[in-house]
Structures are given as structure tokens and as C-alpha cells.
Write a protein that binds this ligand. Structure first.
Ligand code: NAP
Length: 301
């Protein structure tokens, strides 16, 4: 059978758009939020902003918009960078202990001089909707993912890849072992029985390392570094990279250069990002289930 998008002899890669997968999930999250509210639980996400960077503030605002659409309460909490690390950690600890708060995000990056890792470690793992605490990443690394809250971007990458073909038994390559994506994605792929190759800045021949893979995940923050020289016919390419180039969002993959070669690829913008932002709210529903001990009603969350 011809691959999707390759009918009529066309050889253009199928574009894997995150919005298409996010839409039904959003409906399930809204239903779950309504069900919880009917039982007296008002889903509540706190976003801690410890930076004067307008980009970080706009991240919090974008979450506010989606929360409102889903019927979820979102509080943006400012931790003034001038107050220092102890105040930031006290803020995160207070939210971790507040029974009315079900999820906590530390908006990254924090201001220079603040230690994001130490502040992340203060998040109650059951409220860690970004899946970045040592406890959640440790559970995932141990193969105990069902007890963890998994980071949203790796989840989005995996859902997009699996919309083309199952990962179990397949060969995959992850380019980037970074904090937000690679560190979670690599063990999550192992947990799904993929055979995983990992590349990073010290990899000497990226093209050779990538070549045997069925699916290539890229998360390095180097705009358009991966191009025609790296991708062979039939590969699925999932690009989590986000950079701004001349005021426009760019991925790590030069999509135009590989469009005729790849089987499928995620566009930037419009690929991994929109699904990630929805999965953070799916993680909030999961966090509430972990805190209350009651299972989720919606099975795909
Ligand atoms: P990170 O911590 O910034 O680390 C970057 C990784 O890329 C490192 O492992 C580094 O190797 C590797 N790298 C850098 N240059 C390389 C090169 N020339 N060849 C091969 N590997 C190279 O990464 P991150 O925080 O995971 O973020 C990665 C990207 O994902 C960024 O663009 C970020 O904005 C984006 N992101 C997207 C979403 C989304 O929703 N789509 C969410 C979060 C992050 P070393 O380990 O050797 O230094």
C-alpha cells in the first residue's frame, strides 16, 4: 500500500500536525475537568515565573488562554528574581504543599543567578506536570513510567511518531540529550521497545548514526542543522527544536530540504509544539488522579 501522502506517485513527506492529535485530547481534558468540578475538585495549575524575560511571561500567558478554554484554573505566580534562590524555592515548596494546587510548572529559563534544577527538585513529583523532577525522570529511567508523570514534549514526539507506525521493535535515533526533551525521550523510547541510538554534540558522524533508523527525533536547538545530507528515503522525522530566526520560528530540521525524501515529518511551527501544550494539561489530569488515588475517566489522557 502507498504511504500516506504518496498516492498518485507523489513523493512528498506527510506532514504530521500536532493540532490534529491535540483536538480530541482537548475535548477529553475539558470533559475530565468538568467531571472533577462536579465532584468539588477544581483543577488548578500554578505557573511560577522567576524571570524578567518577556518570552517567559508570554509562555505563562499562552497557558492561561488554553486553561480558560479547558475550564481549568491557572494562577501565574511571580517569584521576583531579586529575592533570590531561597525565595524561589520557598515559593515552589509553598505551592507543593497547597492542597488547592494540583500542578506546578516552573517557567524556563529562570533569571540568571537562579538555580532551576534546585527549584525543580522542590516540586512535589505528583504535581510535576512538566515531568522534570528527579523522581519522575528516575521512575521513567527505571521502566516504571506508569507510576510517573512523563514530560510532555517527549510524549508529543512519541504520539506523532506512532501516528505513522508503532515504535516497538523499530530502530530510532534521538539527536540531542538535552534537559527538556532528550533526557526524557531516550528512556521513554526504550520503555516502548524501540532500539535507540543517541547523538549529541560529540557525535562525529551524525548522518552515519542516523542512517539505520526508521524514525529520527531531533531536539538540539540548532536551526536547520539536520538537512538533506542526514535523512534517507522512508524515514519519519520528528522535530522538537524551536529557535527564532529573523523573527520566525524555526526547527532543527530543514523541512523544505527533506520534504521529498522523508516519509513523514513534523512541521515547525505546527508539529510537536501544539501537542506538547495540550499534553501539559493532560498531565494535570493525571496529576490529580495520582493525588486523589482515583483513576482517570478518559483512557487516552
Ligand atoms: P538542551 O538542554 O539545550 O541541549 C541541547 C542538546 O543538543 C544537547 O544534548 C547537545 O549535545 C545537543 N547538540 C547541540 N549541538 C549539537 C550538534 N551540532 N549536533 C548534535 N547534537 C547537538 O536541549 P533541550 O532543552 O532538550 O531543548 C532542545 C530543543 O527542544 C530546543 O530547541 C528547545 O527550544 C526545544 N523544545 C521544544 C519543545 C516543544 O514543545 N516543541 C519543548 C521544550 C524544548 P551535548 O549534550 O553534547 O551538549
Amino acid at each position: 500500500m502507498a504511504a500516506p501522502g504518496r498516492e498518485n506517485g507523489m513523493s512528498e513527506a506527510t506532514l504530521l500536525r500536532g493540532g490534529a492529535l491535540a483536538e480530541p485530547l482537548r475535548a477529553e481534558i475539558a470533559d475530565e475537568a468538568a467531571r472533577l468540578k462536579a465532584r468539588g475538585i477544581v483543577p488548578h495549575l500554578a505557573v511560577v515565573v522567576a524571570s524578567d524575560d518577556p518570552g517567559v511571561a508570554s509562555y505563562a500567558q499562552s497557558k492561561e488562554k488554553m486553561a480558560a478554554k479547558l475550564g481549568i484554573t491557572l494562577t501565574a505566580v511571580t517569584a521576583d528574581p531579586a529575592d533570590g534562590q531561597a525565595a524561589l524555592e520557598a515559593c515552589v515548596t509553598r505551592l507543593s504543599q497547597a492542597p488547592e494546587v494540583h500542578g506546578i510548572i516552573l517557567a524556563l529559563p529562570v533569571a540568571s543567578g537562579l538555580d532551576a534544577e534546585a527549584a525543580i527538585a522542590c516540586i512535589d513529583p505528583k504535581k510535576d506536570v512538566d515531568g522534570l523532577t528527579p523522581v519522575n525522570l528516575g521512575l521513567i529511567a527505571l521502566g516504571l513510567e506508569s507510576a510517573a508523570i512523563a514530560p510532555a514534549t517527549p510524549q508529543a514526539c512519541i504520539r506523532l511518531a506512532e501516528s505513522v507506525a508503532p515504535l516497538a521493535g523499530s530502530r530510532v535515533c534521538v539527536v540531542g540529550r538535552g534537559r527538556a526533551v532528550g533526557r526524557g525521550l531516550i528512556p521513554m523510547l526504550i520503555n516502548r521497545d524501540a532500539t535507540v541510538t543517541v547523538c549529541h554534540s560529540r557525535t562525529t558522524d551524525l548522518a552515519a548514526a542516523i542512517a539505520p533508523s526508521d524514525t529520527v527525533f531531533v531536539a538540539i536547538g540548532r536551526p536547520h542543522l539536520i538537512g538533506a545530507a542526514h535523512i534517507r528515503p522512508g524515514q519519519v522525522v520528528v522535530d522538537a527544536g524551536i529557535s527564532m530566526v529573523d523573527g520566525k520560528m524555526a526547527g532543527d530540521v530543514d523541512g523544505a530540504a527533506i520534504r521529498a525524501t522523508a516519509l513523514a515529518l513534523t512541521p515547525v511551527p505546527g508539529g510537536v509544539g501544539p501537542l506538547t501544550s495540550t499534553l501539559i494539561f493532560a498531565n494535570l489530569m493525571r496529576a490529580i488522579a495520582l493525588q486523589t488515588g482515583e483513576p482517570l475517566a478518559a483512557r487516552s489522557l
